[in-house]
Design a protein around this ligand. Structure first.
Ligand SMILES: *Cc1c(COP(=O)(O)O)cnc(C)c1O
Length: 249
């Protein structure tokens, strides 16, 4: 490819690449739904766009993607601002420091990584200040000790109820459900299906007290089939749509 007109060529190439990857992921989700006897509409694809530019988000939007996710506020804030004209729902899926909450509340429709009371308090305060309602998922760490948080964030299963109750009574916040990342250590290491089934059990418990908290976010590029089989309502897919990231985060 020559450099003159390269912009257009590049963009067309990238568009073709993303379209092909999306079609593959779409097929995997559809097959997993069929295998589980679930309707395709029960599962929402959230494309994790971290490390990739706003131009990719724009292409994804043109290709019909409606949910995107980011894991670092420094990167997400300018990207979301550049894409403010697009009909997208923005999910925050990374560990969120309380000093980044004001910024995150400016663009995040859903924070999937709520894992401690201080974060709930900060989110509520900033949501009220911004006049926004922020959806919250409690991130569950299936590898955490009873009173700990997980290596990659998340609250131990024993702490879900208390945190969920706090979200539910916090102004400006909406309790939407649960999220997990398949653990790399502990009893669920290498057992994604079992991990996601455990998350579903926790969701069943949660919905007894909070019937509207129906979201179950689980599954990434490598294990989305396990998540769909277990009953996930949202899968978070990065690599399989956008390509291998330059650095693991
Ligand atoms: C990066 C990330 C994903 C996507 O992972 P892939 O393996 O690239 O699909 C999903 N969830 C969270 C929380 C992430 O940080």
């Amino acid at each position: 490819m020559g450099h003159d007109g390269g912009m257009t060529d590049h963009k067309d190439d990238r568009r073709d690449e993303l379209a092909a990857n999306l079609a593959k992921v779409e097929r995997r989700i559809a097959d997993a739904c069929a295998a589980a006897g679930r309707s395709r509409e029960e599962v929402t694809l959230v494309v994790v766009t971290k490390t990739y530019p706003a131009s990719d988000v724009r292409i994804l939007s043109e290709l019909g993607v409606r949910h995107v996710a980011e894991n670092r506020d420094q990167e997400a804030a300018p990207k979301a601002a550049e894409c403010a004209d697009l009909p997208l729902t923005w999910h925050f899926v990374g560990q969120l420091q309380t000093n980044k909450v004001r910024s995150a509340v400016g663009y995040a429709d859903v924070v999937q990584s709520v894992d401690r009371a201080r974060l709930v308090t900060a989110l509520s305060k900033e949501a009220v200040r911004a006049g926004r309602e922020v959806g919250c998922l409690i991130q569950v760490a299936l590898d955490a000790g009873e009173r700990d948080r997980g290596e990659r964030g998340g609250v131990a299963p024993e702490g879900v109820e208390e945190l969920a109750d706090l979200v539910a009574r916090s102004e400006g916040l909406r309790l939407d459900g649960l999220m997990t990342v398949a653990p790399l250590t502990g009893e669920y290491a290498g057992r994604q299906r079992a991990a996601f089934e455990r998350l579903m059990d926790l969701s069943t418990d949660l919905r007894r007290a909070h019937p509207a908290a129906t979201m179950v976010s689980a599954g990434m590029s490598g294990d989305l089939e396990d998540a769909v089989a277990a009953g996930a309502t949202h899968v978070r897919v990065g690599t399989a749509v956008l390509g291998v990231r330059p650095r693991l985060r």
